[in-house]
Design a protein around this ligand. Structure first.
Ligand SMILES: *Cc1c(COP(=O)(O)O)cnc(C)c1O
Length: 384
């Protein structure tokens, strides 16, 4: 049976994988080589030069395609390198409509790099998908969606946005970093491209920076492969191996991330020193219904604002947490705490940030897979 027919929890382990052809190694070897011997000019075994293709990277690319229900995967040196490749599909004068509550690095790449080359970006609240139609004109070529959004945990209706993208014949990209294919599979909901910062949940162990793109059609895959090879920001063999190893436990880790995050969110929600908790699992979250429909569970990310909206209190809490390490990034087995205004979202001007709710007082948690009682105890002592 082909690995296409497997259930998700088997695809993470077997999807697109086969024992190594040389010695039958079950895990793909780390082919730490830049080039490959040819018997005669052009006489090679499918690999010529490692920017163009490398067997370890190919194994990862096959795994990425499998877990997202795509046909083609491309692995990059970072999530931003993957985003960079997508925007290079466009030409000067083309326009993009993106969610307004966006990863800070994506915003910076769009506004500070690609705007210089004449590509125009509109940042729009897509909680009501119809809103984005006001920004569409004949130059609009691409819609970029993050859901859940980072760090405000808004949920965007992927199917509804896909219908609009189809109506106007635009490419539709979903950054699936926060949800992972364990929770939602955007290609099945109508997206054309899924993008990942594999640095986060796919890698899952905070030991690698990598990115990925997954698509269904060959024509689009070929265009992206051309850009990947021409621009060269490929995922190295060692990094490919690490992400591949991470993916094998994605389903088990995600289950525990979601379970622990649910405990933490409910604990914070009842805490007298907390003003507001942003987590799509709450019945009164403004997008709870669509979250329930398009996601399997509600993910491992939570944001909150301490009572009194006081920046000193925010700093005090993030410094006092011990098990939650104060650090950039998310999605690793260990719990992290972040201060978006000065860390992940520092690249966005304060007025822009605050328009979407990223206040200086906001704290973001990446809930890890430690024992939940230890996590609650750490929050308890920090909030005291
Ligand atoms: C981290 C992140 C990125 C960027 O990925 P890198 O691997 O850091 O380049 C893009 N989108 C989201 C949602 C992220 O969290």
């Amino acid at each position: 049976m082909g690995t296409k027919d497997l259930k998700f929890n088997s695809k993470t382990i077997h999807g697109g994988q086969y024992p190594d052809k040389a010695y039958g190694a079950v895990m793909p070897p780390i082919y730490q080589t830049s080039t490959y011997a040819q018997t005669t000019p052009g006489g090679h075994k499918g690999f010529v030069y490692s920017r163009s293709a490398n067997p370890t990277r190919s194994a990862l690319e096959n795994a990425l395609a499998s877990i997202e229900n795509g046909q083609y995967g491309l692995a990059f040196a970072s999530g931003l390198a993957a985003i960079d490749a997508v925007i290079k599909l466009l030409n000067p004068g083309d326009e993009v409509v993106c969610t307004n509550d966006l990863y800070g690095g994506s915003y910076r790449l769009f506004k500070r790099i690609f705007s210089k080359y004449g590509i125009v970006f509109h940042f729009v609240d897509m909680q009501v998908p119809g809103n984005l139609e006001h920004y569409i004109n004949k130059r609009t070529k691409l819609i970029w969606v993050e859901t859940p959004t980072n760090p405000m945990m808004k949920i965007i209706d992927i199917k509804a946005v896909a219908a609009i993208a189809k109506k106007y014949q635009m490419l539709f990209v979903v950054d699936n970093t926060f949800a992972t294919p364990y929770l939602q599979q955007p290609l099945d909901l109508g997206a054309d491209i899924v993008m990942h910062s594999a640095t986060k949940y796919l890698g899952g162990h905070s030991d690698v920076v990598a990115g990925g793109l997954i698509v269904k059609g060959k024509a689009l895959a070929d265009r992206l492969y051309f850009i990947q090879n021409a621009s060269g920001a490929v995922c190295g063999p060692m990094d490919s191996f690490l992400v591949l190893r991470g993916i094998k436990t994605l389903h088990v880790r995600m289950q525990r991330h979601c379970e622990n995050a649910s405990y933490v969110a409910n604990y914070l929600n009842k805490h007298p020193k907390i003003q507001h908790v942003y987590w799509p699992g709450f019945k009164d979250h403004q997008n709870h219904d669509i979250a329930k429909e398009q996601m399997k569970e509600f993910g491992g990310m939570i944001s909150f604002i301490p009572k009194g909206s006081n920046i000193d209190e925010t700093i005090r809490i993030v410094e006092k947490l011990k098990l939650f390490t104060l650090a950039e990034s998310l999605g690793g087995v260990e719990s992290l705490v972040g201060h978006p205004a000065s860390m992940s979202h520092a690249g966005i001007p304060k007025e822009e940030r605050e328009k979407v709710g990223v206040l200086d007082e906001l704290i973001r948690l990446s809930v890890g897979i430690e024992d939940k009682d230890d996590l609650l105890a750490d929050l308890e002592q920090a909030l005291m």
